[in-house]
Design a protein around this ligand. Structure first.
Ligand code: ADP
Ligand code: MG
Length: 302
């Protein structure tokens, strides 16, 4: 490939809103045969809405308070789930000792301005069962059942713990991006096998996969950021040349591991830094555009 032709290719990419980090990236783009897609924010809009708040009866924390405490902690996170929950409370309480785990959740000491305790604060943990466990909160079978029930028909649910006990859960809903199914069909026609990869639950993952035409056996749900890397590696060991598209902090390592990393322009800086290509149009049609562009560019000069 002549440098001039490759530069023309990256220039044309920029015009299409496909920002390619260097001319050599086009070679990798042309070779990919597998496209691993992150679910939240990549296949789906990532603009979740809070659908339901459930306060467990045996804990003294009503729905309104539960959501207020969860929102306070989520204000410090940039995860799509966090935005959805934080948005419900315009003036959040102060949070101290904030901590978060990509693909896990958040926690912090919420200090309510007018609390009876005189501002002692409450330790609030929001997220997956594993994250609650890591934060010293026990999750029992009854809670697991409530969680599974909340996750029916494609919803995402996160647990909320207050002062060491699970107090309830928040159910959220996301929508598949318009045109996602068409884009995936196009990628298939270009010879790429689509794979879905998500830290979210299996119900929600399968629901989305079905809507966009990804085979059930190519869905990996409930995976941590490290496991996302392992899935990409396993595909590579199996002989695949892997492109991965993602948007989150939780995707960065997998984007770097992939033969070609594509970040949504709407994504976090960490993902954009780890990727070879940034898609400024934020939609999957641009992944197909990038593959076509590379093939056209390299076809001409062959
Ligand atoms: P995805 O792979 O779909 O983008 P993530 O790996 O970012 O999802 O997150 C996986 C799961 O971890 C979420 O479905 C949620 O249960 C939990 N989680 C991650 N970040 C947060 C957060 N800020 N608040 C609550 N839960 C979170
Ligand atoms: Mg994501």
């Amino acid at each position: 490939a002549t440098p001039t032709a490759l530069l023309t290719g990256t220039g044309r990419g920029a015009q299409l809103g496909i920002l390619i980090k260097g001319p050599a990236v086009l070679e990798d783009t042309r070779r990919v045969d597998t496209i691993v897609l992150d679910k939240t924010g990549t296949v789906t809009t990532g603009r979740l809405t809070v659908e339901h708040v459930e306060a467990f009866e045996d804990v003294e924390c009503g729905q309104t308070r539960l959501l207020r405490l969860a929102a306070a902690v989520e204000h410090a996170s940039e995860h799509p789930i966090a935005w959805a929950i934080a948005r419900t409370q315009p003036s959040p309480a102060t949070v101290e000792h904030f901590a978060s785990a990509p693909g896990g959740g958040v926690r912090g000491l919420v200090v309510e301005p007018f609390s009876e305790q005189g501002g002692a604060g409450h330790m609030v943990v929001v997220g997956r069962e594993e994250w609650l466990g890591a934060s010293g909160v026990d999750v029992d079978d009854e809670t697991r059942l409530s969680l599974a029930a909340a996750e029916r028909d494609g919803a995402t649910a996160v647990l909320v713990a207050v002062d060491g006990r699970v107090a309830g859960l928040v159910t959220l809903r996301d929508a598949v991006k318009p045109g996602a199914a068409d884009a995936i069909a196009r990628l298939r026609r270009l010879g790429l096998t689509p794979v879905l990869l998500t830290g979210d639950n299996a119900h929600s993952a399968r629901y989305v996969a079905e809507q966009v035409g990804i085979d059930a056996e190519r869905v990996h749900a409930g995976v941590s950021p490290a496991e996302k890397v392992a899935v990409v590696e396993r595909l590579q060991v199996g002989g695949a040349t892997v492109a991965m598209a993602g948007d989150g902090v939780n995707d960065a390592a997998a984007l770097a591991q992939a033969d070609l990393g594509l970040a949504m322009g709407s994504g976090t800086d960490v993902a954009i830094d780890a990727a070879d290509i940034t898609l400024m149009g934020h939609h999957l049609g641009q992944v197909a555009d990038a593959v076509e562009l590379s093939r056209r560019t390299l076809g001409i000069i062959r």
